[in-house]
Design a protein around this ligand. Structure first.
Ligand SMILES: Cc1cc2nc3c(=O)[nH]c(=O)nc-3n(C[C@H](O)[C@H](O)[C@H](O)COP(=O)(O)OP(=O)(O)OC[C@H]3O[C@@H](n4cnc5c(N)ncnc54)[C@H](O)[C@@H]3O)c2cc1C
Length: 470
């Protein structure tokens, strides 16, 4: 990855808006810029757009939507912003918080009305830290459906998408204006394409071991569960161009990835009254805090493993997720009629597992906080048949990145914007602050979809200004 001088460079062609990366952020930016009348070229390193978006459950939090209203859920951008800020201990930039929480609801309705994405709101469980049910998803509740539908919409809208096109260099002027990019094709050929504006939508640095070890040492050796193509290109380019960066230690981890199957086990297994034990059959934490910070907690247990334990009622809720159904199909989810049989199948010490079950049942009946600080109030005791799945902790994606303003323009440390550079999704610093526990469920796609929308529309306004300057 490099930044080269634009001086004297001849480009094969020049387009108004180049977008690097065709995940949710890049495709929503492309649809929005196209709607605003811009010619857009999206460059994607893979043969088919997938990104971390396809690996996700595709769940996007949004307040005040018509789907919430139909379900009688009262919500607002202000209330959503308060939930995000509370989870991230007040660290997120208030302007960015306002921007994304205001933009996301109308963006989902626009995607439904104009681009055929049939969202619905999940009503049967609430993710930790959200004060109301506000997670929206497509029928399969999978990120593959999200990115596929966005790509189809982009095709229909006349967005030019070039796959197998890895951007290797940017060409920049001395003042930081990006004049164009160099793209490499799988056969090694290279092309230089000029642009008026550039949107970085190539996510964060989760796939770059060196950067993870430097910025998130506690997950330096953890399984990376996101898209391998996300190598931190946006961060590295932005830094050379003197863009400001923030919260580089912020990230989304997950403390319940089926091992060795490598499948995400929905956290509904925990929030609905399940719990985790280590290989000694003992609970080790307040699991209800959040799945992100639980990644490092699980990795600190013997062999970096735990068992997530729940029952048939909870499995019924979890089954709405494609990932969970897949885990069941692959035999990752064990089923047992008794605790003794569960201990036998999991190879956990039967006596300590029985004590743990009794403790949890007692806590559910008695109410109040346990000595880890978890409150099981409202959750019924687990009923036979029981389920268990062996899990580990993983890094899902990074949440720090380039600092952007309310139009998704990349900012310098002195508070001025770089001339024609935008960052969206995982390329930009998100709203999770600097710690794993700052991640509120859905913050990833929130930044991708909302900032994608904001940046795409802003290119039209910026384009008019740049036309006047040039
Ligand atoms: C297992 C998992 C589950 C998740 N579940 C959720 C969830 O339910 N809700 C939620 O909000 N978030 C979730 N997330 C996080 C969410 O997936 C991401 O925050 C979001 O997809 C980021 O979107 P993006 O468009 O920025 O990046 P991506 O979708 O990763 O797209 C970036 C694209 O850029 C391409 N690219 C990278 N470098 C280059 C280059 N040099 N040239 C050309 N192309 C390049 C990549 O190939 C990729 O296609 C999850 C993440 C994981 C891993």
């Amino acid at each position: 990855m490099s930044i080269l001088s634009a001086h004297g460079i001849a480009f094969d062609l020049t387009v108004p808006v180049i977008i690097i990366g065709a995940g949710a952020a890049g495709l929503v930016a492309a649809l929005s810029a196209r709607e605003a009348g811009q010619d857009v070229l999206v460059l994607e390193r893979d043969a088919v757009p997938r990104g971390s978006t396809a690996l996700s459950a595709g769940l996007i939090p949004a307040p005040g939507t018509r789907w919430q209203r139909a379900a009688g859920i009262v919500d607002s951008p202000e209330s959503f912003a308060r939930d995000i800020a509370a989870k991230a201990s007040g660290e997120p930039d208030p302007l960015l918080l306002e921007t994304v929480t205001e933009a996301i609801g109308p963006t989902l309705e626009w995607l439904a009305d104009h681009h055929d994405l049939p969202f619905s709101v999940i009503e049967n469980f609430r993710y930790p830290g959200h004060s109301v049910c506000r997670m929206h998803g497509l029928p399969t509740r999978s990120g593959t459906e999200l990115v596929d539908r966005l790509r189809e919409a982009a095709d229909r809208a006349g967005v030019d998408l070039l796959c197998d096109a890895r951007v290797t260099s940017l060409f920049a002027e001395l003042d930081g204006r990006v004049a164009g990019i160099e793209v490499e094709r799988p056969d090694g050929t290279k092309e230089r394409i000029g642009c008026v504006m550039l949107i970085l939508a190539c996510n964060g640095y989760g796939g770059n071991k060196d950067l993870v070890q430097r910025h998130i040492p506690e997950l330096g050796n953890a399984l990376y569960f996101g898209h391998e193509g996300n190598q931190g290109d946006a961060l590295l380019w932005g830094q050379v161009l003197r863009g400001a960066t923030r919260h580089l230690s912020g990230h989304q981890g997950h403390g319940s990835v089926a091992h060795p199957h490598g499948i995400l086990i929905t956290w509904a297994t925990i929030t609905e009254g399940g719990f985790q034990v280590n290989l000694r059959g003992e609970r080790f934490s307040d699991e209800s805090h959040g799945y992100s910070e639980q990644a490092a907690v699980v990795l600190r247990q013997p062999e970096g493993l735990a068992w997530t334990i729940f029952d048939a009622r909870i499995a019924g809720i979890a089954r709405q997720f494609e990932d969970f159904r897949q885990a069941e199909a692959l035999g990752a989810i064990l089923t047992a009629e008794t605790v003794e049989d569960l201990a036998r199948q999991t190879n956990l010490p039967v006596d300590s597992l029985k004590v743990t079950f009794e403790d949890v049942d007692g806590l559910k009946l008695a109410g109040g906080l346990d000595h880890f600080g978890r409150n099981f109030a409202g959750a019924p005791p687990l009923q036979s048949p029981f389920h268990a799945v062996r899990v580990t902790g993983a890094l899902f994606h990074t949440q720090g990145g380039l600092v952007v303003d309310g139009n998704a323009r990349v900012m310098r440390e002195d508070g001025t914007a770089l001339p024609n550079l935008f960052a969206v999704g995982g390329a930009a610093c998100g709203v999770s602050g600097s710690k794993a526990e700052g991640y509120l469920s859905g913050n990833g796609l929130l930044s991708a979809v909302a900032l994608g929308r904001v940046a795409g529309l802003a290119t039209a306004r910026a384009g008019t200004m740049l036309d006047k300057i040039n």
